[in-house]
Ligand binder design. Structure first.
Ligand SMILES: Nc1nc2c(ncn2[C@@H]2O[C@H](COP(=O)(O)OP(=O)(O)OP(=O)(O)O)[C@@H](O)[C@H]2O)c(=O)[nH]1
Ligand SMILES: [Mg+2]
Ligand SMILES: [Zn+2]
Length: 295
């Protein structure tokens, strides 16, 4: 029997109509099958795909295998973890942005992991405590002090994890500590614009041990309005994990946990069981999603 030239691999990067597909230790440069466009299929970084290797060594991408999940911004499929990088200073933490990113991850069944960076400049323990209490794995690190990044390295072992967060928080810097051979470009924050320069431009998967890490371009607060446009208002409650013990305990079954009397979520906020900032983020997101039609 002739050796099969059909292989299964992972898209590490898509750029200019070409897809780089990793199979074992080889990378094949592939073009998508002609009919993909007609069928509305867009392969993403992180996709598991079937390819046929051509005599010239390039590949044709024949099929995209079913996805476990996918993010729209940045476009990546099959994530285990969304690593939300927060800078303790320059840029300062924005809790609403953090909570929105967490909600997006929860909504897609991707585990959020919080990384508080630049602790050489400002301590991150208070924020870490807030988010640990809410039920998240938190790491306080400094990309300038490599030993502080070790616990994060252990947590991400063997997983596919994308790094996200505002421009300038230090995503690329931390990735460079995790894998010095990456040499991701990092940038000085533009003081004039008061935001990063978006040093990182496209989403690329990097193999690290038995897992993959993805650097992504950061966003400014302006783009943040667009991020999360797939969230549904009627699902928002489920995107706040520390609210879940109060499910079904409000006076009204239709309670949206805003101003209704007898709301168990608000009672938990008053008793200090739920952080005020988390609840405020819920209300603010709910308002942002207000114009959505219910299903
Ligand atoms: N003092 C200090 N500076 C840091 C730390 N981590 C990153 N920086 C600096 O912060 C700036 C931005 O870092 P990047 O790693 O480029 O940030 P990024 O999140 O990848 O930014 P984008 O690619 O634009 O999204 C650079 O000047 C880094 O040297 C840290 O832990 N401590
Ligand atoms: Mg970067
Ligand atoms: Zn309620």
């Amino acid at each position: 029997m002739a050796m099969s030239n059909k292989l299964t691999g992972i898209v590490t990067k898509g750029i200019g109509g070409f897809y780089y597909v990793e199979v074992a230790d080889a990378i094949y440069t592939c073009k998508a099958r002609g009919s993909f466009r007609k069928e509305g299929i867009t392969p993403l970084a992180g996709d598991r795909v079937e390819i046929t290797v051509q005599p010239d060594g390039t590949g044709v991408l024949d099929a995209v295998l079913p996805r476990r999940n996918q993010l729209v911004r940045p476009p990546i499929a099959n994530l285990d973890c969304l690593v939300i990088v927060v800078s303790m200073t320059e840029p300062a933490p924005n809790l609403q942005v953090i909570d929105k990113l967490i909600a997006i991850a929860e909504d897609k069944d991707i585990e959020p992991v919080l990384v508080f960076n630049k602790i050489d400049l400002k301590d991150g323990e208070q924020l870490a405590a807030l988010y640990r209490k809410a039920g998240f794995d938190c790491f306080t690190v400094s990309a300038k002090e490599p030993e502080t990044v070790e616990p994060l390295r252990c947590r991400l072992q063997g997983l596919t994890a994308a790094f996200t967060g505002n421009s300038g928080v230090g995503k690329s810097s931390i990735l460079n500590v995790l894998e010095p051979s990456l040499q991701q470009e990092t940038g000085e924050i533009s003081q004039k614009l008061g935001r990063g320069r978006h040093t990182t431009r496209s989403a690329t998967l990097f193999r690290i041990g038995s897992g993959y890490l993805v650097d992504t371009p950061g966003f400014s607060s302006l783009d943040m309005e667009l991020v999360g446009d797939t969230l549904r208002r009627d699902q928002l409650f489920y995107c706040f994990r520390e609210f879940q013990p109060y499910f079904g305990k409000c006076r009204f079954s239709s309670c949206a946990h805003l101003k209704e009397p007898g709301c168990a979520v608000r009672a938990a906020v008053d008793e200090g069981e739920i952080a005020v900032s988390r609840y405020e983020s819920y209300v603010s997101l709910y308002e942002q999603l207000k114009d959505q039609k219910d299903w």
